[in-house]
Design a protein around this ligand. Structure first.
Ligand SMILES: C[S@@+](CC[C@H](N)C(=O)[O-])C[C@H]1O[C@@H](n2cnc3c(N)ncnc32)[C@H](O)[C@@H]1O
Length: 207
C-alpha cells in the first residue's frame, strides 16, 4: 500500500540507511550525479553571479555545493529533513561560501515564493516522492520559475513501481501549458545506476 502524504513526509524527515544524509553527500555515485547536473546547467551559459537557482529536495546540499564550486553564487535549496540540513551545516562549517538551505516542506516553501522570482528551478530524484495530495506543488513551481526548469526524475517503468513511496508522472504533460520542453533524454549510461531509469528534461518558459 502507498504511504499517505503525512507518512511520506515523516519517512523523509527521519530517513536513514541508504537514504541517510551521509549517503546523499558522500555515497557511491553521488559525485557523478552532481557532475551530470552541473554539465547540464553549465550548458545553459547562465550568468553565474546573477542567476538565482533553487533545488527542491536538496538533502545535505551536494548538488548546491557542486554548483558553488562551479562559481554559481545565488543558489539555494529547500529540504524537508532537519537531519539533512544539520548534516549540511556540520560538514560545511569551514566553507567560506555556502549555499542557503531552508528546512521546510517544498509544498509550503515554493507556494510562498514570489511569481517568476527564481531563474532556474531544478530537482533530482525528488518529485517522485511528492504525494498526489501535493499536486499543487507543480502549480507553485510554474508560478515561481522565471525561465528554466530542469528535472531529473523517475517518471515510470516497471523498475520501481512496487515502492510505497514513489509516484510516477509525466512531467512533459504537467508543465506543457506554460513551458516548452527544449531537451529530454534518458539518463541511463551517463550517471550511476541509481538514476538508470530516470529522465532528464529541460523546460523553458514560453514567452
Ligand atoms: C532521493 S532524495 C534526493 C536528494 C538530492 N536531490 C540528490 O539528488 O541527492 C529526495 C530528497 O527529497 C526530500 N523530500 C522529499 N519530500 C520532500 C518534500 N515534500 N519537501 C521537501 N523535500 C522533500 C527528501 O528528504 C530527500 O532529501
Amino acid at each position: 500500500m502507498r504511504l499517505t502524504k503525512e507518512e511520506a513526509h515523516a519517512f523523509w524527515r527521519d530517513a536513514s540507511g541508504k537514504n541517510a544524509p551521509e549517503q546523499y553527500l558522500f555515497g557511491d555515485g553521488t559525485e557523478l550525479r552532481s557532475h551530470y547536473l552541473c554539465n547540464k546547467i553549465n550548458a545553459l551559459k547562465l550568468d553565474k553571479k546573477a542567476t538565482t537557482i533553487l533545488e527542491i529536495g536538496c538533502n545535505a546540499g551536494r548538488n548546491l555545493i557542486a554548483l558553488g564550486v562551479e562559481g554559481y553564487r545565488k543558489v539555494f535549496g529547500v529540504e524537508i529533513s532537519q537531519k539533512a540540513v544539520d548534516f549540511f551545516t556540520e560538514t560545511t562549517a569551514d566553507m567560506v561560501w555556502k549555499p542557503q538551505i531552508f528546512c521546510k516542506a517544498a509544498e509550503e516553501f515554493v507556494a510562498d515564493l514570489m511569481p517568476y522570482s527564481v531563474d532556474l528551478i531544478y530537482t533530482m530524484a525528488t518529485l517522485l516522492h511528492i504525494h498526489p495530495d501535493s499536486e499543487q506543488l507543480f502549480q507553485s513551481i510554474k508560478n515561481a520559475c522565471k525561465t528554466h526548469l530542469m528535472l531529473i526524475e523517475y517518471e515510470g517503468s516497471d523498475a520501481l513501481t512496487s515502492s510505497s513511496r514513489i509516484w510516477e508522472r509525466n512531467y512533459a504533460e504537467i508543465f506543457s501549458e506554460e513551458f516548452d520542453l527544449v531537451e529530454s533524454e534518458p539518463v541511463r549510461g551517463q550517471c550511476d545506476s541509481a538514476l538508470e531509469h530516470y529522465i532528464y528534461r529541460l523546460f523553458k518558459r514560453r514567452t
